[in-house]
Design a protein. Structure first.
Length: 153
């Protein structure tokens, strides 16, 4: 699987911890920043991850910041992106199976490295279940389309 990862300064250490582990599981990783612990604004990094998902150069994304919330909010501004903040394996698995989430957001100040590793593993190993869940995703798409059209006026 092709995974694009990005972090702000708060998530940098956890991102660096996770990259070799994920690669060891056989996944291709593209890191779009940040590349040190110097303060950086996260919306641009979230956008870089989103662009790779939207263009098809990545299958899934991983965003890391202090809580995961800011990254998820920024990523979810783009239609077709479904980013979820998860703090446990069950949430990560359900996010993929029920919501076909394409970006996992983690909070480096919320979860430890071992927990983060198990969350990412659950996220990457889970698949969208389809069925009744697809109907709900279609309804979400209708909401996106409705408000995009209103924004054009």
């Amino acid at each position: 699987m092709r995974l694009v990862v990005g972090s702000d300064h708060a998530g940098y250490g956890l991102k660096e911890y996770l990259k070799p582990i994920i690669a060891g599981w056989g996944h291709e990783i593209r890191d779009v920043g940040c590349y040190c612990e110097a303060p950086v604004d996260y919306p641009g990094i979230a956008e870089e991850v989103v662009l790779h998902i939207k263009s098809g150069t990545a299958d899934l994304g991983l965003l890391l910041c202090g809580t995961g919330q800011g990254m998820a909010i920024a990523a979810n501004k783009v239609p077709g992106i479904r980013a979820a903040v998860c703090h446990d394996e069950f949430s990560a698995r359900a996010a993929r199976e029920h919501n076909n989430v394409n970006i996992l957001a983690l909070g480096a100040r919320v979860v430890g490295s071992g927990v983060a590793e198990s969350i990412v593993k659950s996220f990457l190993e889970s698949k969208f279940a389809g069925g009744r869940h697809q109907r709900r995703l279609d309804l979400i798409k209708e909401l996106e389309d409705k408000y995009l059209k209103q924004g054009e006026k």
